[in-house]
Design a protein around this ligand. Structure first.
Ligand code: C2E
Ligand code: CA
Ligand code: CA
Length: 492
């Protein structure tokens, strides 16, 4: 589906962009907040261990009796599932560890300042840079309390990664001095940490995570906005109006006699009124005047146009039958007809009846046929001949806009060509008038009359007048008027 460039659609798209921007901003702020929460939780875990050291362990160091020391503090390991081991180093060797096999082994240990606390990651034993761990990876909390003496609390890395798991659509990570820990992976790298920080938390913005967040949190606003757009904003669009012009509502309108003829005057080259085109208006009791473009396709497709045209003919007949003014005048009355009306004899019968009713006034009936729907030639041509035998004038409407103009010109005896408004527009819009000139030349080389539709200004009129166009219709002269007003203005 392609959105047309209408104001309504712009508003809809602008609404979507606003929702998207708000969502991105909120996602960013939420990510920041979640990163802070993870940071606080981790700080809390670390602090618990430092406190434990300060309150319960510091009096036992330096360790004189390792087994007693371990025995005393084993409860830390047993009851705190976060901690995998405690070890103490003295100089370059492990002097006491809850992991038996580590006791006494030589390790290369970085000397720290007294009171220094660090948090770092070790991937796998054996490691010479850091304390050796036999198992898999760990995160070590190292507290140095003499230049050579340090205590290590070893955490399962999951203790840290689990902190982030609850926030599924935010990509939070924990930066240690030598690694970054994500929800499901660890990347060893040297991170810059602000002075004195053991760790920092940060986040990445990832499209797929954002989309999950967006759909779950703001999906309903998008749905709501789209429904609002379709129902409220789009209410008066053609889609909606056609929907309203249902078979039932048209039947009701026919019963109420809602369809009313509006007449737009046609003038000859001298400015004399020579006729009018009948344009239908649906005068709805509550919705007001509905223009043909909102329902004509529907009624042409479902055949209701036959009854509508008949209603227009009847109304024109009763208004014009006794118009004294038209006696001895040459006046044409044009009706728009479509292909489906040539499938039955109704059109012919209706036209003949109209002619009879109008016989006190010699009004000539014009039928305007368009190329909107293709006519079946074998039906159309003989039908037209019968109508012409009755004195009906045939006009080819919207000439040049479809593909079949030439076909009808060749096969059918056309009396008038109505040059479509789009070509008249080229006169004053600065566009090319080549096609317009070609149409004029074509018609003038035959005896077909030319009528210019949609003449809107003096410049267009002058141009057409200079080229001897026979008839003129358009807002420059007058707009379509309700038949009563038309009679009052032109026929009295
Ligand atoms: P159309 O037959 O080409 O009728 C001319 C349309 O151009 C009319 O629109 C008229 O109001 C408008 N118009 C006239 N002068 C000017 C002008 O100077 N500038 C501009 N911009 N427009 C001008 P309307 O009345 O809205 O009718 C639209 C179309 O609906 C008609 O186009 C015709 O195809 C169809 N239609 C109207 N009444 C009937 C009907 O009774 N039966 C059928 N089958 N179709 C109808
Ligand atoms: Ca027309
Ligand atoms: Ca037309």
């Amino acid at each position: 589906m392609k959105l047309k460039r209408t104001t309504k659609n712009y508003i809809y798209v602008a609404g979507l962009l606003v929702i998207l921007s708000v969502s991105i901003a909120k996602y960013y702020l939420d990510s920041q907040q979640v990163a802070d929460e993870v940071s606080n939780e981790l700080r809390h875990i670390i602090q618990e261990n430092i406190d434990y050291y300060t309150v319960n362990m510091s009096e036992d160091v330096p360790v004189r009796n390792c087994s007693k020391f371990i025995e005393k503090h084993i409860s830390l390991l047993l009851f705190n599932r976060d901690i995998r081991s405690i070890s103490i180093t003295d100089g370059n060797k492990v002097s006491c560890s809850s992991v038996q096999s580590l006791n006494g082994i030589e390790v290369k240990i970085k000397k720290e300042e007294v009171g220094m606390i660090r948090l770092f990651y070790i991937p796998r034993a054996p490691y010479t840079d850091y304390l050796i761990s036999k198992d898999d990876d760990s995160v070590l909390l190292k507290i140095s309390y003499t230049p050579t003496y340090a205590i290590y609390f070893a955490f399962f890395p999951e203790v840290l990664t689990e902190l982030m798991e609850n926030y599924s659509w935010y990509n939070i990570f924990i930066k240690l001095e030598n690694a970054s820990l994500y929800k499901d992976s660890v990347v060893t790298e040297n991170n810059y940490l602000h002075r004195g920080e053991l760790f920092e938390t940060d986040f990445n913005l990832k499209l797929c995570s954002f989309l999950t967040y967006f759909i779950i949190n703001h999906g309903f606003i998008i749905i709501f906005w789209t429904i609002t757009y379709l129902v409220v904003v789009n209410r008066s669009s053609p889609i909606f109006d056609r929907f309203k012009a249902s078979y039932r509502s048209i039947n009701k309108a026919l019963k109420r006699s809602d369809f009313h003829p509006y007449l737009q005057p046609v003038f000859d080259i001298n400015g004399t009124l020579v006729g009018a085109e009948v344009l239908v208006r649906w005068v709805h009791p509550s919705k007001g005047i509905i223009p043909p473009n909102d329902f004509i396709d529907e009624v042409e497709a479902n055949g209701k146009i036959i009854e509508i045209t008949r209603m227009l003919m009847n109304k024109c007949s009763s208004h014009l039958r006794h118009a004294e003014y038209l006696r001895n005048k040459d006046f044409h009355l044009g009706f728009n007809v479509c292909a489906i009306q040539f499938d039955s004899n109704y059109l012919y019968e209706d036209v003949v009846q109209l002619q009879q009713e109008l016989s006190p006034n010699p009004i000539k009936i014009v039928l305007e046929v368009t190329e909107r729907h293709e006519f079946e030639n074998s039906v159309f041509t003989p039908y037209i001949s019968r109508l012409k035998d009755k004195g009906v004038i045939i006009a080819l409407d919207d000439f040049g806009t479809g593909h079949c103009s030439m076909k009808y010109l060749i096969n059918t005896r056309i009396d008038v060509i109505k040059i479509d408004r789009t070509f008249i527009d080229t006169i004053s819009s600065g566009g090319s008038t080549h096609v317009l000139n070609a149409i004029i030349n074509l018609a003038q080389s035959t005896d077909i009359e030319l009528l210019a539709e949609g003449v809107e200004n003096q410049e267009q009129f002058n141009y057409l007048h200079a080229r001897n166009i026979d008839q003129y219709q358009g807002f420059f002269f007058d707009k379509p008027l309700p038949i009563e007003k038309f009679i009052e203005k032109y026929l009295t």
